[in-house]
Write a protein that binds this ligand. Structure first.
Ligand code: ZN
Length: 361
């Protein structure tokens, strides 16, 4: 009895008059729900000897707590939940919050099943009124201000421009200082996604989540000449003759068309090795229209060399060759009047005179 009596006296909230000994066991259940909820001690009248002063019975119900503070009890959980939901919706509307956001009360709101004093029971309408702060809970002579805040969490996106980079390629295939845009650059577009947290409509936190790229930027590539004005010494230092013979035809008009390369041959040249004029990657090694057996080497920097009319291949596509490496044999395949090497140089897909690069007399 002593232990129970002490427990009851430690109740710090609602006045509960307990008189029936038989009610003690049941009462203990709800006692703990109230313990520690207020710093203001409330005297509890514990008169186990009297059976006349029954002012409040204990009833099963669902109590709403805000941040640990008892607000009121309702008959059923659905009513309690609906009251909370109604108040939340009203707050969202009153604060003009985004209905698509994840809106919830910042406060800790709990619905706790238990046995509660009859005079703490309210209906749904009254509960809404209490939670809305329109009235305060005062049947204990204690005023409890109901202060609910709504937290809204939503992802927002901001359009951003993804600026392109500019890549400069220096080449000795152009005179010093000359510039040419090889690839036009474009800015890209994207959306930066942020997680925004607001309390009662006021932003309190903004966290970057991710960048969604709508359009990738395209790097601009500019070719800048690094060859000394009027000189091609640098090129001559890099390129070697693919075949050491006599130039029988140069770039220029021939037979009513334009001849795109150098024809190089000499007596008994059929089957002689042809070498790479410069190091690079083999991007073609097959029959190519009138070129017959043809090898094309990509030297990077937009420069390619082409070797035509070969009688045999010494490389295949994908091979990386160094300057002077054998790539095939002199032949007369394709449209050809006799064994010779047809040699072309392309810069950015355009035909240039190989004599800029290789030194034939
Ligand atoms: Zn030719």
């Amino acid at each position: 009895m002593d232990i129970i009596s002490k427990s009851i006296k430690s109740i710090h909230k609602n006045k509960i008059t307990v008189i029936a000994i038989t009610a003690f066991a049941v009462a203990l259940c709800c006692i703990f729900a109230f313990v520690g909820n207020s710093s203001e001690p409330v005297e509890v009248i514990s008169d186990v000897a009297s059976e006349e002063n029954v002012s409040t019975a204990l009833l099963s119900g669902e109590a709403i707590y805000i941040d640990g503070e008892f607000v009121a009890a309702l008959n059923n959980k659905t009513d309690a939940e609906e009251a909370i939901k109604t108040v939340l919706d009203a707050r969202i509307s009153a604060l003009s919050l985004n209905a698509n956001a994840e809106n919830s009360f910042v406060n800790k709101i709990e619905i706790v099943s238990g046995e509660y004093s009859e005079n703490t029971f309210v209906d749904k309408v009254k509960a809404i009124s209490l939670l809305s702060g329109e009235t305060v809970y005062d049947y204990t002579d204690k005023t409890l201000a109901v202060k609910l805040s709504v937290s809204s969490v939503i992802n927002v996106s901001e359009n951003v421009v993804l600026e392109h980079n500019t890549k400069t390629v220096y080449t000795d295939s152009m005179r010093n200082g000359a510039k040419k845009v090889v690839t036009k650059g474009y800015d890209g577009e994207g959306k930066e996604i942020y997680r925004v947290v607001s309390v009662d409509g006021i932003e309190t936190e903004r966290t970057f989540v991710t960048l969604e790229v709508t359009t990738e930027p395209v790097d601009e590539v500019i070719r800048v000449g690094a060859r000394s004005n009027g000189s091609n010494v640098a090129s001559l230092n890099k390129f070697i003759k693919p075949y050491d013979g006599t130039v029988t035809s140069y770039v220029g008009p021939r037979w009513g068309r334009t001849h795109n390369g150098l024809d190089i041959s000499k007596q008994g040249c059929h089957g002689d090795p042809v070498v790479a004029a410069y190091g690079g990657t083999v991007v073609r090694a097959d029959v190519y229209n009138g070129y017959g057996n043809c090898v094309i080497i990509d030297h990077g920097d937009g420069v390619e060399t082409l070797y035509a009319h070969l009688s045999a291949f010494s490389v295949k596509v994908g091979d990386v060759v160094s300057t002077g490496a054998e790539i095939g044999k002199i032949g007369s395949t394709g449209v050809s009047t006799g064994p010779h090497l047809h040699f072309e140089v392309h810069v950015d897909g355009e035909i240039v005179n190989p004599l800029i690069f290789v030194d034939y007399d």
